[in-house]
Design a protein. Structure first.
Lengths: 123, 168
């Protein structure tokens, strides 16, 4: 994970709950500061401050529409966080896949004992 | 990994989802084609836990389960070069077949006790398993996720090693 090491990184940026709320509120759409103030019940300076941090680590992009700035989420910047969680997820996936197999065997036993013992005789 | 097939229920393989609902929590979710009671049994019976909790390269060598409120549990895995990892805790709440609350300590970080809440929600023969791991601090939670990352990397490296061996 040798990624951009600026003064702040995406992990620090999303450690603050309000900034995660802002990312969620923008979602896969586009929002202006006014939209976010209204939706999240934060003040305009708070939203602007959080957006500045998110911009600094490249988590949001903005474009000017007339006099307003409109923000979108830059999903690829979230990849380091995704990778970090997904390694843990992979470990649990393998573990729970094995549990799945154990459960399948448990369910086969009462009803298909006869068949599986026949299969064992063959092999 | 998605190309992996099994002769049994394998169509749900790889479907576990891990999220971090708050700064101190990890949430693991997975659906099983089995009744909640069977999942609860597989989760709490040592002979069955041995079959799934550890892996082929890191089997469970200790699996003690004293399933009563106040009773303790301990799991130990032994990996390559006899490296052992241990976890233990105490059962706080047992409501078969749909809820189990226990503490968990990874013995490598004995001060970072977490509380695990297992819920099993059965609907039309399928059961949604949810484990919420609640840590005392964000630092402990992050450390837990990172330990998983190391283990995940280990799995990747093991696979790589297997690949290299078969190529020779």
């Amino acid at each position: 994970m040798s990624r951009a090491a600026t003064t702040t990184d995406v992990f620090n940026a999303v450690a603050e709950a309000s900034r995660r709320d802002i990312l969620m509120a923008i979602g896969d759409g586009e929002a202006g500061v006014g939209d976010l103030v209204e939706r999240l019940h934060l003040t305009q300076p708070q939203v602007s401050k959080h957006l500045a941090v998110l911009r600094q680590v490249n988590l949001v992009r903005c474009r000017a529409v007339g006099r307003e700035r409109r923000y979108t989420v830059n999903g690829t910047a979230l990849k380091p966080i995704h990778d970090w969680v997904s390694a843990f997820e992979q470990q649990w996936n393998l573990r729970l896949d094995r549990l799945d197999d154990v459960l399948a065997e448990m369910q086969q036993q009462p009803t298909q004992q006869h068949r599986s013992s026949q299969q064992q005789e063959k092999s | 990994m998605s190309a992996q097939t099994t002769s049994r229920t394998g169509n749900r393989h790889g479907s576990a989802v891990v999220t971090t609902p708050s700064d101190r929590e990890i949430c693991i979710t997975r659906v099983f084609d089995a009744p909640a009671d069977a999942v609860f049994t597989a989760w709490t019976t040592p002979d069955l836990v041995r079959q799934w909790w550890g892996s082929e390269s890191e089997p469970l060598v200790v699996c003690d389960i004293d399933l009563r409120v106040g009773g303790s549990w301990r799991y130990v895995t032994r990996g390559p070069e006899d490296v052992e990892f241990g976890w233990h805790g105490v059962y706080r709440e047992i409501a078969r077949p749909d809820r189990l609350v226990s503490t968990e300590v990874f013995e490598g970080f004995p001060d970072a006790e977490a509380v695990n809440t297992l819920t099993l929600d059965e609907r039309n023969g399928t059961t949604t398993l949810t484990v919420i791991v609640l840590h005392a601090s964000k630092e402990n939670r992050d450390g837990h996720l990172e330990s998983g990352m190391e283990a995940g990397m280990q799995i990747v490296l093991d696979r790589f090693e297997d690949l290299v061996r078969t190529d020779n």
